[in-house]
Design a protein around this ligand. Structure first.
Ligand code: ADP
Length: 249
């Protein structure tokens, strides 16, 4: 879209769980092409917000729009079809398939289709070149023939991101992509997120502030289910409310 296009927008998102307000009137604009980090103390509502943005939860009130179209009433697979994919903290990888087979399966399977309806892998070789491109994009080309079960923690994350790229999303949501990684893995994920962000919009939940500082064009800080601050890393880290929230954790 034209410069300044809003890719993903939340307006007044409220989510109540049996009387507990997990997000409270959250509004945010994710600009097309940016890397946007959602940060905040544990329990701030980050996961709930991701679930609302990706259709895994229905808001109690409020709206979500993707490139101007309402998506908060749609099921997750319909949201994926409209261009928003999410890479899960919890693995969507099939351990008994190879890395390449995992990508091929993901390329042919609409997320809504039960597994028994999927096409046998042997008939899917036509998808090979696209799978290979995705594996190159996420840095797993050399690992293509390994069983997913044998991948290291960081490599599994790379594969999960590759699987979400099979839907060719315009907007990619990443759930704590560096969690559980050592410094080498973290550096690799930073490079990977930069790579997949080319020509896309990326929203990530991330705890590691050094990663946020290196990657995020803009940041939204949540606390107690509300937006505490938003802006660039430098704007946000100098905000007295943010300093207080983090020191008080
Ligand atoms: P974060 O990801 O920032 O740690 P969450 O979105 O997971 O925060 O949780 C925000 C708050 O909502 C927490 O207090 C959590 O206990 C509560 N919460 C989240 N999901 C549910 C649920 N399904 N039922 C009840 N409470 C929930």
């Amino acid at each position: 879209g034209p410069p300044g296009t809003i890719a993903l927008q939340a307006r007044g998102l409220v989510k109540d769980f049996r009387g507990f307000r997990a997000t409270n009137a959250v509004s945010l604009d994710i600009r097309e092409g940016e890397i946007h980090a959602i940060i905040g103390p544990n329990g701030a509502g980050k996961t709930t917000l991701f679930n609302l943005l990706s259709g895994f939860l229905r808001p109690t009130s409020g709206e979500v729009t993707l490139f101007g179209e309402r998506i908060d009433t749609l099921p997750p697979h319909a949201i994926v079809r409209r261009g928003l994919s999410r890479s899960f903290q919890i693995s969507s990888v099939f351990p008994s398939l190879t890395v390449r087979e995992n990508v091929i399966v993901a390329l042919q399977s609409p997320t809504s289709l039960p597994r028994q309806f999927w096409t046998p892998l042997s008939r899917l070789e036509a998808l090979g070149p696209r799978a290979d491109q995705i594996l190159a994009d996420v840095g797993l080309d050399a690992a293509h023939a390994r069983l997913a079960a044998d991948l290291g923690h960081g490599e599994k994350r790379q594969l999960e991101i590759g699987i979400s790229l099979t839907q060719d999303p315009r907007v990619l949501l990443l759930d704590e992509p560096t969690s559980g990684m050592g410094s080498e893995g973290v550096s690799r994920v930073i490079a990977l997120v930069r790579q997949v962000a080319r020509g896309r919009t990326v929203v990530l939940v991330e705890h590691n502030m050094s990663v946020v500082a290196q990657l995020a064009d803009r940041i939204t800080v949540l606390q107690y289910g509300q937006v505490l601050a938003s802006g660039s890393y430098d704007e946000v880290r100098r905000d007295p409310r943010v300093i207080e929230a983090y020191l008080g954790e």
